[in-house]
Design a protein around this ligand. Structure first.
Ligand code: RAM
Length: 394
């Protein structure tokens, strides 16, 4: 029996919780396809033409986060009788994605749903897609607003940035997860009584160009600008980049350990946080860790039962959202663009069918940066009381 109440962290709706807890069929292909042409296709097998196929492209292969999004994307679209394919380059670079996109567009795919590796460098290939009438929807990491129908946002950017900083400060001060909706007030109270050395936070990110991580880092910096941090927490983040590669992220985590200049590392990437967890644990470091992680990948670095001392572990608590549902929402946006004339203009909407335990829902596009987005969910906390039940789910 799941502890539903415990899962209500950070305002997650009951429907979403039920759905996430109910989806135990995760088939993460962990590190699965390492080769450059890594592909998973539904439909009639390897030699099938890509024409008419809905392509899902993640930043690179070998990342369970991308695999889980594709799981939701393909499940949603296949239920509608559509053909899907998972295509990601081996390298987490703009150039590698652009080359792959170019080939797919030539093959007349039906749509492209993408998590990008950068803000710039896609114009030419996206223009080619537009000219051929192939819609582009982005998810997780934004595509250029000029060419996308809309972005599928996992959760409010500022919320993610604020919660990550608040968690890192509380963890540094040795304070357990204070409970739903209580993070900011607890940080204020704890810092008001704090007279120790200035807290210094580090960030282990993906690539220096990744739009989504950079937007979260900007949100963290905005959070650190709030009055109650002044003089207590250093407003500058010490940033390092592991390129969403396990080896490079480990090297960067080891650099944090060697320099010993930060109290807590925030890693807003599932690859980075897992690499840092292992590096900090192996080194028996006093530096603590939080960020965005998958419970299955973080189980060795986090407490798993309520009676444990969270601070015996490298990462006392962390957060994420329903990755599978996020992929499904991007699939629904793409489907609406191809079949129902959804053009992503602010104020326009599409209907998403019921998905697993989520009921049918209408998503309305809103202004986001220079383009528009739909909002898929909210972040929630994984901590000692709920970790165990999530390890098999995400
Ligand atoms: C990683 C990716 C992705 C990010 C998640 C949290 O797997 O970098 O972009 O959203 O982590």
């Amino acid at each position: 029996m799941k502890n539903w109440k415990r899962l209500m962290a950070l305002g997650m709706s009951a429907t979403m919780i039920a759905s996430l807890a109910g989806c135990s069929t995760t088939t993460s292909t962990e590190g699965g396809a390492e080769d450059a042409a890594a592909t998973t296709e539904s439909g009639s097998g390897k030699d099938a033409s890509m024409e008419g196929t809905h392509v899902f492209m993640f930043k690179s292969t070998g990342n369970s986060f991308g695999d889980l999004m594709y799981e939701g994307f393909s499940e949603y679209l296949e239920a509608k009788g559509e053909k899907t394919a998972y295509k990601s380059p081996a390298e987490t670079t703009v150039a590698a994605q652009v080359q792959m996109l170019d080939e797919l567009i030539t093959q007349n795919v039906a749509s492209i749903t993408i998590s990008t590796n950068g803000d710039a460098g896609y114009d030419e290939v996206f223009k080619k897609a537009q000219e051929k009438g192939i819609p582009i929807v982005s998810v997780d990491s934004e595509a250029n607003p000029e060419y996308r129908i809309c972005h599928t946002n996992q959760a409010e950017t500022q919320d993610i940035g604020s919660y990550l900083v608040q968690a890192a400060v509380l963890i540094t001060l040795g304070v357990d997860y204070p409970g739903d909706g209580k993070m900011e007030e607890t940080v204020k109270k704890e810092l008001a009584n704090y007279s120790g050395d200035e807290v210094k936070l580090g960030v282990l990110s993906a690539s220096i160009d990744t739009p989504v991580q950079n937007s979260w880092i900007a949100a963290m910096e905005a959070e650190l600008g709030k009055d109650f941090y002044a003089g207590k927490v250093n407003p500058e983040l010490d940033k390092k980049y592991g390129n969403d590669d396990l080896t490079e992220s480990t090297t960067q985590a080891q650099a944090f350990i060697a320099e010993n200049a930060v109290d807590c590392i925030i890693s807003p990437t599932t690859v980075g946080i897992a690499a840092a967890g292992q590096a900090l644990k192996s080194a028996n470091s006093e530096i603590k860790l939080t960020g965005l992680g998958l419970p299955s990948e973080m189980q060795s670095f986090m407490p798993k039962t309520a009676d444990e001392n969270a601070f015996d572990y490298v990462c006392p608590y962390m957060m994420l959202w329903d990755v599978i549902h996020l992929g499904a929402v991007s699939g629904a946006a793409t489907y609406a663009a191809v079949k129902d004339g959804f053009d992503g203009t602010a104020g326009t909407s599409f209907e998403m069918d019921a998905f697993r335990d989520y009921e049918a829902e209408t998503y309305e596009a809103y202004e986001s940066g220079d383009g528009t987005a739909v909002l898929a969910g909210t972040p929630f906390i994984f901590e000692k009381s709920n970790m165990k039940e999530w390890i098999d789910v995400l």
